[in-house]
Each structure stands twice: as structure tokens, then as C-alpha cells.
Write a protein that binds this ligand. Structure first.
Ligand SMILES: Nc1ncnc2c1ncn2[C@@H]1O[C@H](COP(=O)(O)OP(=O)(O)OP(=O)(O)O)[C@@H](O)[C@H]1O
Ligand SMILES: [Mg+2]
Length: 249
């Protein structure tokens, strides 16, 4: 389970401050699909960066399976990101002059995957996104849709627990958007990966089990399916009883 507790983030210095997130709290059960929605500048990326350990807000907690990732050392944060999380961004963030194969390999190197295990994982990830034929092509040679598929291959190669996607279809036409969406939801449904995406696309948001609407750095609305409400209740009960057992021991 992911539990966000009372997160607040202020940018700038004492002469020029801007509070982009104020007291945000919610929980997400493992394996859920989540859309973070809201107007430009409302704080969606700020929230996603805090939840993924990319940025440290001044106040609050992000508990992932009970561990506060904001309290991890810089080294442990890097390790957590490299092994537990996959990222997909609107502008891809690929190494343009490296091959597709090497772009994915870099993610495995960062996660410390031994050299002799990498090849099989990379070829599988390329096959999963239907890019096997482009293994040797440089990222710069790919179309927009192919670039985003490569970014997804890189995000999934470590079999992450959580995928964060910030406007993953923002630069794609509708046919490619559909392919990218389907790939992301396939990971969520068939690999029990938690999928957290930021989107301006209403239809994409509607496909998610949880919708979190942000306004001026606060949660304006948290909508979830009855199935998710049930899961959250039961996970909270388990967490409480574990805590009670720990304090008795
Ligand atoms: N590094 C920064 N320094 C100062 N202010 C920042 C910084 N990053 C973001 N902000 C401000 O914080 C607010 C929230 O920004 P954020 O990027 O989270 O918005 P967003 O909801 O993701 O918007 P968009 O839909 O345009 O991507 C904005 O007003 C933005 O100007
Ligand atoms: Mg943003």
C-alpha cells in the first residue's frame, strides 16, 4: 500500500516562496490504477515527484509498504527508484544516440542487475512493447509512438512495483496514445503493478480505478471504485493489526 500523509511542498527561498502542495493525504492499495488530474500548475507533477522520491517535500510522509521513502538516504533513494519504480514522461527522456537495447540496459545497470541476466530481460521488454526489430536503432531514429514504447520498455524491464507516468500520451496522436495506454494498463492488470498517471485526458482518467483531482496544491476530490474502497479498508485493518502485534512483541 502507498500512504501519503500530510505532504507539503514549498518552492523557492525566503524572498520568493511558492507553496505548490499543502497537506495532501490519501492511500492507494497495491496494484491499483490511479489518475492525478487538475489544471496546469495545480501541483500534479509536484505530487508525483514527491511520491516517487524524485523530490523531497518539506513536510509529510510517503509510506510504501510502511517505509517512509522521504527518510531514506540519497543512496537508498536511488536504489529504491532504480529497483522498485518505473518512470514514463511526456518528453520520453531517452538517450538519443544510444540504441534501443542500450537505453533499456542503462536502467538495469542502475538497478545493479548482473551483466549475464540483462540480455534476456532487455529482449523480453522490447518484445513486450513490440519493438524487437528496432533493438539496434538509436532512440533518435524512432517515431514519437515508438519512443514512448521504448520508454515503457525501459520502465518495465525491472518489473517495478509502481509505474509513474506524467502525461504519457501528451505528445502522441490518438492511435499511438491508445497503444501506450493499453501497454500501461496491461502491466497494471496482468503484472499487479500499481499505475499512477498524470493526465489531462478525461477518457484516460476514467479508465483508472482512482481519480485524484488536485486544485491549488490540495485534493479537491478523491474518487474510487467500490472495489478499491473495500481493499483500502481491509489493508488498513491488516496494517493496524500488524502494528498491534509489533507493539505486543
Ligand atoms: N522548481 C520550481 N520552482 C518554483 N516553482 C515551481 C517549481 N516547480 C513547480 N513550481 C510551481 O508549482 C506549481 C505546481 O507545479 P506543477 O509542475 O506541479 O504543476 P502541474 O499540475 O504538473 O502542471 P502541468 O499540468 O502544467 O504540468 C506551479 O505554480 C509551478 O509554477
Ligand atoms: Mg506537470
Amino acid at each position: 500500500m502507498i500512504e501519503v500523509k500530510n505532504l507539503s511542498k514549498t518552492y523557492g527561498n525566503k524572498h520568493n516562496k511558492f507553496t505548490a502542495m499543502r497537506g495532501v493525504s490519501f492511500s492507494i492499495p497495491d496494484g491499483a490504477s490511479v489518475a492525478i488530474i487538475g489544471k496546469s500548475g495545480s501541483g500534479k507533477s509536484t505530487l508525483m515527484h514527491a511520491m516517487s522520491g524524485l523530490d523531497k517535500p518539506q513536510k509529510g510522509q510517503v509510506l510504501i509498504d510502511g517505509i517512509d521513502i522521504l527518510k531514506l538516504s540519497a543512496r537508498d533513494t536511488d536504489k529504491f527508484r532504480a529497483t522498485q519504480i518505473g518512470f514514463v514522461f511526456q518528453s520520453f527522456f531517452l538517450e538519443p544516440n544510444e540504441s534501443c537495447y542500450n537505453n533499456i540496459s542503462l536502467a538495469l545497470e542502475m538497478a545493479g542487475t548482473p551483466r549475464n541476466k540483462r540480455k534476456e530481460l532487455i529482449l523480453q521488454a522490447l518484445a513486450d512493447v513490440n519493438l524487437s526489430e528496432k533493438a539496434k536503432s538509436n532512440a533518435v531514429e524512432l517515431s514519437g509512438g515508438q519512443k514512448q514504447r521504448l520508454a515503457i520498455a525501459r520502465a518495465i524491464v525491472n518489473r517495478p512495483k509502481i509505474i509513474f507516468a506524467d502525461e504519457p500520451t501528451g505528445n502522441l496522436d490518438s492511435a499511438n496514445s491508445q497503444i501506450v495506454e493499453d501497454l500501461l494498463f496491461d502491466r497494471q492488470k496482468n503484472h499487479h503493478t500499481t499505475l499512477i498517471l498524470v493526465t489531462h485526458n478525461q477518457e484516460l482518467a476514467a479508465r483508472c480505478q482512482i481519480q485524484i483531482r488536485i486544485k491549488d496544491g490540495e485534493i479537491e476530490q478523491f474518487i474510487c471504485s467500490p472495489e478499491i474502497t473495500k481493499k483500502l479498508k481491509s489493508e488498513k485493518t491488516v496494517a493496524k493489526s500488524n502494528l498491534a502485534k509489533r507493539s505486543q512483541a
